[in-house]
Design a protein around this ligand. Structure first.
Ligand SMILES: *Cc1c(COP(=O)(O)O)cnc(C)c1O
Length: 397
């Protein structure tokens, strides 16, 4: 290994770029999709229900509703929760914009509670401070795959009569006190984008144990239209269907669900590999004073969607930008998760200002996301560690 950083013209740690995330598609996945292409149904056929059933079984929940993507899942959950004009919903700024956008879709107002400095997940004490007469729901996010402090959050929700929608886009297969994520909150939402634990290309799912919420989620997916004889308000004959709510076309195809079914069979293996890589990273990075790693709360098993290091700026003579660029030049696919949601121009235009969640803002300045996906080889993982050691050693004070 050459000591001269690649960013200054040295030899990079790897010859070809390593992405930060990537799907794992094997022959059984391909066969599964082809079978649907040769069948009678490309969409709204048998694979949708099968995928929902298998998913619900895996998570340990009564109902699962498959939709076209994770953002549609959040929108459907916000609709089912009855969020409307002027309602406030408490969420975290340390997330992808979709977690908060779904509140805006329904005419509600996102209220941001700060995160905890060591786990980076939403702070239940700050949730309490942000609750008003107008609060309707809480949308916590299992950031990086680590479950939030759900007992505390559910207790707050119960006390104030709120619903909890868990954005579980990072935490498929994660566990909280022995229960799988997706079986605990009033509703939980998942994404099957290619960087997530399992993929359907685009796709999403909402899980719930509540029959009424399940009905509202199902109707929202397909224009708010129902043909269910028991819930029709009128009946004009055998052809009759009825639009009862303003829904969307958020349906998912059978091709996608077939892919989801074959991916789901392998999810435990994917997660085991992710955990193993994260452990290897932890082992090496815990020894370095210049960086910190995420603390895991008691009683949680993360499913490790992403792995972050946090730079200790007092021990480094370069900022995050230089270190990010140096790692990129070593051909390591680094990333940053996340720009606090309310710092995006769209949110600033709505009146949100810097300083709202100081801990999340500080963390954001120091975060770098490293590559993590199941098909990384042991050598890929070592390359990442070598590159981090190389760059950090150079910039160490
Ligand atoms: C990926 C993701 C979403 C959105 O999912 P899509 O399927 O891309 O629409 C929502 N929230 C979080 C935290 C995510 O990571």
């Amino acid at each position: 290994m050459s000591d001269k950083l690649a960013v200054f013209g040295g030899k990079p740690v790897r010859e070809n770029p390593l992405p930060y995330g990537k799907q794992t598609i094997e022959q059984d996945d391909i066969d599964s999709v082809i079978e649907v292409l040769k069948s009678d149904y490309l969409t709204t056929g048998p694979k949708v229900g099968e995928f929902e059933k298998e998913f619900a079984e895996y998570v340990g929940v009564k109902h699962a509703v498959a939709v076209s993507n994770g953002t549609a899942a959040l929108h459907a959950a916000a609709f089912a929760a009855g969020i409307g004009d002027g309602d406030e919903v408490v969420t975290t700024p340390m997330t992808f914009a979709a977690s908060a956008n779904c509140i805006l879709y329904m005419g509600g107002k996102p209220v941001f509670a700060d995160v905890l400095p060591n786990t980076y997940n939403i702070d239940p004490d700050d949730i309490k401070k942000k609750i008003t007469q107008k609060t309707k729901a809480i949308i916590p996010v299992d950031f990086t795959g680590q479950p939030v402090l759900m007992d505390e959050i559910l207790e707050i929700a119960e006390e104030h009569g709120l619903l909890v929608i868990e954005d579980a886009a990072h935490s498929l297969g994660a566990e909280y006190k022995g229960k799988k994520i997706g079986s605990i909150a009033h509703m939980s939402t998942f994404s099957f984008h290619p960087v997530k634990h399992i993929t359907t290309g685009e796709g999403g799912m909402i899980t719930t144990n509540d029959d009424k919420l399940y009905k509202r989620l199902s109707i929202f997916r397909t224009h708010g239209i129902t043909r269910d004889m028991n819930s029709l308000k009128e009946n004009h004959g055998g052809w009759y269907y009825e639009q009862q709510e303003l829904g969307f076309n958020y349906r998912i195809t059978d091709m996608q669900c077939a892919l989801g079914l074959s991916q789901l069979k392998k999810v435990e293996g994917f997660i085991k590999r992710r955990i193993k890589i994260a452990q290897f990273y932890d082992e090496h990075f815990l020894k370095m004073d210049e960086i910190a790693v995420q603390t895991q709360a008691d009683g949680t098993r993360s499913s490790w969607h992403i792995y972050l290091i946090r730079l200790n700026s007092s021990k480094l003579r370069a900022g995050r930008k230089e270190i990010f660029d140096a790692l990129k030049a070593e051909n390591i696919g680094v990333n940053v998760h996340y720009i606090p949601v309310y710092l995006h121009p769209y949110y600033k235009n709505l009146g949100y200002k810097k300083g709202l969640c100081p801990i999340a803002e500080d963390l954001y300045e120091d975060f770098i996301t490293l590559p993590l996906y199941p098909s990384m080889t042991d050598n890929d993982v070592k390359d990442v560690v070598n590159a981090v050691q190389k760059v950090i050693s150079y910039y160490r004070i």
